[in-house]
Write a protein that binds this ligand. Structure first.
Ligand SMILES: NC(=O)c1ccc[n+]([C@@H]2O[C@H](COP(=O)([O-])OP(=O)(O)OC[C@H]3O[C@@H](n4cnc5c(N)ncnc54)[C@H](OP(=O)(O)O)[C@@H]3O)[C@@H](O)[C@H]2O)c1
Length: 225
């Protein structure tokens, strides 16, 4: 993949934010973390892990960005996106990896929404003018970038309302080492992609095994309408 002069704002500097920031830096993106406190120990750790990155408020990072990656916890999602400012994200591609998980710490996680709503749709509602693409939620953080599984390269399921944004994300996923991005349709397909993460998590917890991923055999050449 060609390198780029684009800036990506990574909202959240936890495990996912840092991993994704490294991935974008490897593709030549300028990385800016959005955080509630750029001077916190956690921010300093994130910057030490991704030396080329900067850290700022959510609002500044969102304004500076060409592209945005949401790596916020479910509990902080609405607050983080409101701080980022929906107007700052108008027209921009926003990759959403959030799983709406409750009770993860108890070892029996469950989805907070499903059937009639999803985190992906909430992100799109909170950012009505952004081009939200659900992606990278159905894999563990350790395999988001250059996933190396013993029996091949996995595929990543994605969803979103904007075809161009999905093409942009599919190219990024290629750069991150995924075999293909499988477009499942508009953002309401997050209702399928988020339970898929639960399937991943349940398999992991039952077997105490953290190195699996999904791939789809016999893929169609046709894309969703
Ligand atoms: N971990 C995985 O393997 C994995 C895999 C797929 C998807 N995901 C999804 O990716 C997202 C991020 O996961 P993570 O493991 O990186 O999360 P995390 O370690 O908890 O970090 C999230 C970051 O969000 C920021 N934040 C903003 N508002 C917050 C609030 N109210 N409470 C707590 N933190 C807040 C914090 O940064 P500041 O305090 O600096 O603002 C924090 O560093 C989650 O939605 C998760 O479901 C995770």
């Amino acid at each position: 993949m060609q390198t780029t002069s684009k800036t990506v704002a990574v909202l959240g500097n936890g495990m996912v934010g840092v991993t994704i920031a490294k991935g974008f830096a490897s593709l030549g993106y300028q990385v800016i973390f959005g955080t509630r406190n750029p001077d916190s120990d956690k921010s300093r750790e994130a910057l030490a892990a991704v030396p080329a990155a900067r850290a700022s408020s959510y609002d500044y990072a969102a304004r500076a960005a060409d592209l945005v990656f949401v790596a916020l916890p479910w509990a902080g999602l609405q607050e983080g996106l409101e701080l980022a400012g929906p107007a700052n994200l108008a027209g921009k591609t926003v990759i959403d990896a959030v799983n709406p998980l409750l009770d993860f710490e108890t070892g029996s996680p469950r989805l907070a929404v499903g059937f009639s709503d999803s985190a992906g749709e909430l992100v799109q509602r909170l950012l009505p003018q952004a081009r939200v693409v659900k992606a990278l939620n159905s894999i563990t953080v350790g395999h988001m970038i250059q996933p190396k599984l013993p029996d091949g390269q996995p595929d990543m399921f994605i969803a979103g309302n904007d075809k161009e944004a999905k093409q942009e994300v599919a190219a990024i996923l290629k750069g991150f080492g995924w075999r293909s991005a499988i477009d499942m349709g508009d953002i309401t397909a997050s209702r399928l992609l988020e339970p898929l993460a639960m399937l991943w998590i349940s398999y992991a917890i039952q077997r105490q095994h953290w190195t699996h991923g999904f791939s789809l055999l016999g893929q169609a050449t046709a894309q969703p309408a």
